[in-house]
Design a protein around this ligand. Structure first.
Ligand SMILES: Cc1cc2nc3c(=O)[nH]c(=O)nc-3n(C[C@H](O)[C@H](O)[C@H](O)COP(=O)(O)OP(=O)(O)OC[C@H]3O[C@@H](n4cnc5c(N)ncnc54)[C@H](O)[C@@H]3O)c2cc1C
Length: 427
């Protein structure tokens, strides 16, 4: 084990990122003779799988995010720092923060996640925001709600139609969930509240470059998801690549579609940890780590979660999903524990895939457990129970369960507040 940087001789573990991977690492290090510093540029841990529900006015921000400092309040050995990491000095074993200060480590765990990528079209971002942080979700929520408000006042039928057209680019789980929920919002929640427009006329268009929705699921489940979306009123456009996004709408294939609201749900790019570490990365910018999740030549540096590129022993890539990040956090904590006791720990991380879940709309979901698949209401109940179980804290579980009960019995959504900026402006 490398020498200790703490004045009291305790080994110092620095964890960058309080997401699924980083937080799991810190949780699993409980009770060990070490000092831990967790650094995050946000003050909260975010439950990203339900972010689309904030974006579509179903849940409040505080129902899916918790202050990291509060989550770790009982861990006297853990220091939580709100700061942005800008680089890492591997030889000096120091993490550089944006204010110019540095933090020394004995062991470093990098768990800085990923962000959406525009495949070389970063200029599309202002017109087609992606969904990753709470701010992204409230921005999208604001745009969706303002589009309906503006349509109510609009006298030009062409512009009114564009205001009532919602385009989602990318038909992975996030795109499918957004499309289904926006359709429900327009067709079930809002109709009785507007006088000049019929919100049921709203078009929700889901555009996907590949041949099917939910490509990581079986073909049967993909076909079911597509049919379910269409039954909710979503127009599904497959095999179409978007070539232009502007404030007026999108161009895809040979079509131009006027739309005031465009949401980006395609592609991810890892955090720049590869640059900080000068380590080899894959096409998505993820650090190619060793089978034990360390950086080549640096056994004291681990990279995990969405920032890491690693394959299972059978050669299949470990997916960028929350359970994988948590399993990696657990694995790294076990390795650190073994090393603190003078051992070496396991040399190979083995990912255990529990299954893929995606919800499409009210009582519509698909689950792929590998050996068997579920769809429809049963899948939706399992999806709901699993998500409530993985939320943090009894109060949040009750609150989310109550919000869902409200939505699914009365079609009412409680988080429809337009709060940022000028409530008249779309962007
Ligand atoms: C909209 C959406 C829906 C999803 N749905 C699902 C789902 O249904 N099921 C599923 O399993 N997975 C889902 N995922 C994927 C899942 O959320 C990720 O795989 C998981 O969060 C990865 O964990 P992580 O610890 O690697 O990164 P994250 O959880 O993203 O955490 C990274 C942390 O690092 C911090 N950070 C980043 N850069 C810096 C820096 N420079 N300095 C300091 N701190 C920094 C961030 O603030 C963040 O807190 C979804 C993701 C998104 C975006």
């Amino acid at each position: 084990m490398p020498e200790a940087t703490s004045p009291n001789g305790l080994h110092h573990v620095v964890v960058i990122g309080g997401g699924f991977g980083g937080l799991e690492t810190v949780h699993r290090l409980a009770g060990l003779p070490c000092r831990i510093t967790i650094i995050d540029r946000r003050n909260h841990h975010l439950f990203q799988p339900l972010l689309y529900q904030v974006a579509t006015a179903s849940l409040a921000t505080s129902e899916i995010a918790w202050p990291i400092r509060h989550l770790l309040r009982l861990r006297r050995e853990v220091t939580t720092l709100l700061a942005t990491v800008v680089s890492i000095d591997k030889s000096a074993r120091r993490v550089m923060l944006d204010d110019g200060s540095t933090i020394a480590y004995d062991t470093l765990v990098v768990a800085t996640g990923a962000r959406h990528a525009y495949f070389g079209h970063d200029d599309w971002e202002p017109f087609a925001p992606g969904l990753k942080m709470l701010e992204d979700a409230t921005t999208i929520r604001r745009r969706i709600l303002i589009a309906f408000e503006r349509a109510e006042r609009e006298t030009d039928p062409r512009w009114q139609e564009a205001l009532l057209t919602f385009v989602i680019i990318g038909a992975g789980p996030t795109g499918v969930e957004l499309a289904g929920t926006i359709a429900e919002l327009a067709h079930a929640t809002l109709p009785r509240e507007f006088r000049r427009i019929d919100t049921r006329r709203a078009r929700v268009v889901l555009i996907e470059g590949g041949p099917r929705v939910l490509a990581s699921f079986t073909e049967d489940l993909s076909a079911y998801a597509r049919k379910s979306l269409e039954s909710l009123g979503v127009e599904v456009e497959l095999g179409r690549v978007v070539t232009k996004c502007t404030s007026d709408g999108v161009v895809y294939g040979d079509k131009t579609l006027a739309a005031a609201t465009i949401i980006w749900a395609a592609g991810v790019q890892a955090s720049p940890a590869g640059e900080w570490l000068g380590a080899p990365v894959d096409r998505a910018g993820r650090v190619k780590v060793q089978p034990d999740l360390t950086v080549s030549g640096h056994p004291e540096i681990f990279v995990i979660g969405d920032t890491a590129s690693v394959t299972s022993p059978d050669g299949s890539p470990v997916p960028g999903i929350a359970p994988a990040a948590k399993q990696q956090g657990k694995f790294v904590a076990a390795t650190i524990k073994a090393r603190l006791k003078g051992g070496a720990g396991d040399s190979v991380f083995r990912y255990k895939h529990a299954g893929n879940l995606a919800t499409i709309g009210k009582r519509l979901a698909v689950i792929d457990f590998g050996r068997f698949q579920l769809r429809g209401a049963i899948a939706w109940w399992i999806w709901g129970i699993a998500h409530i179980y993985f939320l943090i804290g009894v109060r949040n579980r009750l609150s989310v369960a109550l919000s869902w009960l409200w939505i699914h019995t009365l079609s009412q959504r409680g988080s429809r507040l337009i709060t940022q900026g000028n409530a008249n402006r779309l962007q």
